[in-house]
Design a protein around this ligand. Sequence first.
Ligand SMILES: Cc1cc2nc3c(=O)[nH]c(=O)nc-3n(C[C@H](O)[C@H](O)[C@H](O)COP(=O)(O)OP(=O)(O)OC[C@H]3O[C@@H](n4cnc5c(N)ncnc54)[C@H](O)[C@@H]3O)c2cc1C
Length: 361
Amino acid sequence: MELVIVGNGPGGVELAKRLAGEFDVTVVEKENIPHYSKPLLSHYIAGFIPEEKLFPYSREWYEERGINLLLGTEARLIDRSRKVLVTGRGKIPYDALVIATGARAREPSIPGKEHILTLRTLNDAKLIKERLEEEGEITILGGGFIALELAGNLAKAGYTVRVIHRGKTLLGLDGDLSERIRVELEGAGVEFHLETNALGADEEGLKTDKGYIKGRLKVCAFGIVPNRELAVKSGIHAGRGILIDDRFRTSARDVYAIGDCAEHGGVVGGTAKAAVEQAKVLANLLRGADDRYDFSFRSAFFKFADFSVAIIGRTGSAGSWLDEDVKIFYEGERPVGVVVLGNTQKAFRLEKAIKEGLPID
Ligand SMILES: Cc1cc2nc3c(=O)[nH]c(=O)nc-3n(C[C@H](O)[C@H](O)[C@H](O)COP(=O)(O)OP(=O)(O)OC[C@H]3O[C@@H](n4cnc5c(N)ncnc54)[C@H](O)[C@@H]3O)c2cc1C
């Protein structure tokens, strides 16, 4: 059985790893470099790890498992009637095809946006690192996890770091939690400008509704745009991302989608953790085993400077503090979500409890 995976990110590589040996696996990747860790990019920019530490798998790793890795190869069209993937380097027949094309960084839409960089790929990271070493300071737009990871690591490395965020709170959390995270990051040296709208950029800085903020290096780190073009061109249904059902099936027969490119129930994953967990479940489904991915349950673990934050389950309702580091969110009497500050072990325990409906203590 020929399994073709488009995309060598965490979703694609996890699926290839799990099914190698059982299927004839081909991974098609447009970048010309092996798989690298995006969560480690801000550590690399900060100078905490060398470039080679970003690459967990060597070319031999793929060869030993019999995975046919086609780098520098862009997937252009899925010929659904012939069950063939058309790439920039020829056609590849498939029995099952998995789109794991991920997402790209959302670009700002303000005048002077050419003066603002984005962060998604290793090339983006290299450019930011080079500019940072010249400038010694950085202005980051965004209040989500990518912005805060970058801010925390660069402040820890001794750079001057400003975060500009138009929202009132960080990570979409409530006021209390956002305040705790802000105070921790301020302690590490990050300067915050919340409820501040960027209106335009020039070489020297950023125009905002709260005044001009000086700083030549500006990086936009808010939001992602799912890479759905391959699916759309091939006549596969897409909304914001590629539309999938409970079993990762797209509207085309034997074509599946996982990770940041996929949309289920109006939601796009957005984390490496979700992409990897989806790949594990899809591997079982492709083997013919019964398995389910719980799309309604989301959890993500982050580290901002040295401060860890876990956001587990649904955290949109009113919450109450269990202790000084743990806030639980309820729907009626039932705990449905939890945020854990600074304690990863506790976070793992509570993730299991929330997921399995066990008592919280
Ligand atoms: C700076 C940064 C920090 C992050 N930190 C964390 C974190 O701490 N924790 C966490 O869980 N997540 C984190 N994330 C998010 C995480 O990296 C993504 O959610 C994850 O990479 C998604 O995996 P994916 O396999 O769906 O797609 P991607 O990783 O985007 O990989 C998709 C691959 O498909 C390739 N591709 C696209 N189109 C084509 C095509 N037509 N033909 C061939 N190849 C194609 C792309 O080149 C890419 O290599 C971070 C992201 C960034 C940028």
